[in-house]
Design a protein around this ligand. Structure first.
Ligand SMILES: [Zn+2]
Length: 420
């Protein structure tokens, strides 16, 4: 089932081959290490992200070339080998068309979770129950294709778990409590035994700043950290020995690199824009990091903290129905990075020149490359007026185009995520 993906830039493979030989590395002054720079796994995993990375492959859902029998909005799980740029369906079943429910890697609004050898996804399927169209979840272990039993234990069919925290053989997540109607519980799913335990119930309201089911944070020093009712707690992996780490902890997001804690507080910019701070696990000192970014746009890798810096740039007058404001304002024109200690901020890439109307929308950093799904505004007649239909989004409709930015050189290339 191997199929060639379309490589729009033919220089790409050359750059991949040469990138560790010190050629063309003067784009950034700081050392661009050639040790492979992986995304970190100690933070909560957002299953609704559009791009995922695991062991040499970029994973994503897209529309498989449509053959009758598929469900509306259905997507098929693909993977791209980052060494060869080849795109494959993950399913290797012979004769499978990968675009209806007989393919376990096909579904509606799927969520994907990847961690070491554990590759799990949740899919919604439309089903006729009692004559009515309903929605149900299925969770499949992608390694062996076996369906797992999470939903039969939590009885939370109909809800999709958006965020999971992986630790050793366990997956932590929040779902409806079995003990009270309003309550939420933290569950721990043992992937090797395929059993689920309800670990801790929360009955009080959670922080209003955090959406429901969204407050597990990270693992640090074999402790689980979570935010509940404006307080940061740590506990043993079985939720015993709970400690209050920080009160009045009103954050939009909290991350770790395994040593420091980073957290984002609502900034004075628009809603969802965070200002980041760094501290140690006991909060002895708090350092402002000089990072202002939208929630979800700060990425901790083994070597760096990458962030899409928040800015607003007008690119023309707005004549698009339903788009608010007199002008089309784009956010996030620059990608920056700094070291884990907050030192050495440097510009990684700026969307200007030919890319002045292009912005990354979802990105993942792997090694020396940024992979991003993006949007582009096309002002063909250059009258600085943008109209309906002038925006191209790289991952809607029949498109799934990934922009790849090679950090040491700034080279941009485009990968088609849809097999021929
Ligand atoms: Zn299939």
């Amino acid at each position: 089932m191997k199929k060639m993906c379309l490589v729009l830039s033919f220089t790409l493979i050359l750059f991949l081959l040469l990138s560790c030989n010190g050629i063309n590395n003067d784009h950034l002054k700081a050392d661009s290490r050639c040790d492979f720079d992986n995304p970190l796994e100690c933070n909560i995993y957002n299953g609704s992200n559009l791009l995922h990375y695991n062991n040499g492959f970029l994973y994503f859902y897209n529309i498989f070339p449509n053959i009758p029998g598929g469900q509306p909005e259905g997507r098929t799980l693909m993977r791209l080998d980052i060494k060869t740029n080849l795109v494959y369906p993950v399913c290797s079943k012979p004769q499978c068309t990968h675009n209806d429910l007989s393919c376990v890697y096909y579904g509606i609004y799927p969520c994907l979770y990847l961690n070491n050898d554990h590759v799990i996804f949740t899919r919604m399927v439309l089903s006729l129950e009692n004559g009515e169209m309903g929605v149900s979840n299925e969770v499949v272990n992608l390694i062996n294709g076996e369906k797992l039993i999470r939903d039969s234990i939590t009885a939370s069919s109909g809800s999709i778990i958006m965020k999971m925290l992986f630790w050793k053989d366990f997956v932590y997540y929040l779902s409806d409590s079995s003990k009270s109607e309003e309550g939420i519980s933290a569950f721990r799913w043992n992937l090797s035994k395929n059993t689920v335990e309800e670990m801790k119930s929360f009955s009080e309201p959670i922080s209003s700043e955090n959406s429901e089911y969204d407050f597990l944070a990270f693992m640090l020093d074999n402790q689980i950290y979570y935010v509940w009712d404006h307080t940061l707690y740590s506990a043993d992996p079985d939720f015993s020995n709970e400690k209050i780490i920080r009160k009045d902890f009103d954050v939009l997001e909290a991350l770790t690199d395994g040593e420091h804690i980073y957290y984002g507080v609502q900034s004075d910019k628009r809603e969802g824009i965070e200002t980041f701070y760094m501290t140690d696990p006991d909060f002895r000192s708090i350092t402002p990091l000089g990072i202002t970014a939208e929630t979800g746009r700060v990425h901790v890798t083994e070597n760096w903290i990458y962030y899409v810096k928040y800015d607003e740039i007008s690119i023309g007058k707005n004549r698009v129905p339903g788009y608010e404001g007199d002008e089309i304002i784009l956010e996030g024109s620059e990608i920056w990075r700094c070291r884990h200690d907050g030192e050495g901020h440097e510009l990684v890439f700026r969307f200007d020149g030919e890319l002045a109307n292009t912005r990354p929308l979802h990105e993942i950093i792997v090694g020396d490359d940024i992979y991003t799904l993006y949007s582009y505004w096309n002002d063909d007649d250059q009258d600085d007026v943008l109209r309906d239909g002038d925006q191209f989004v790289s991952f809607v409709g029949d498109n799934f185009i990934i922009m790849k930015i090679h950090i040491p050189t700034g080279e941009v290339s485009y990968l088609d995520g849809i097999p021929d």
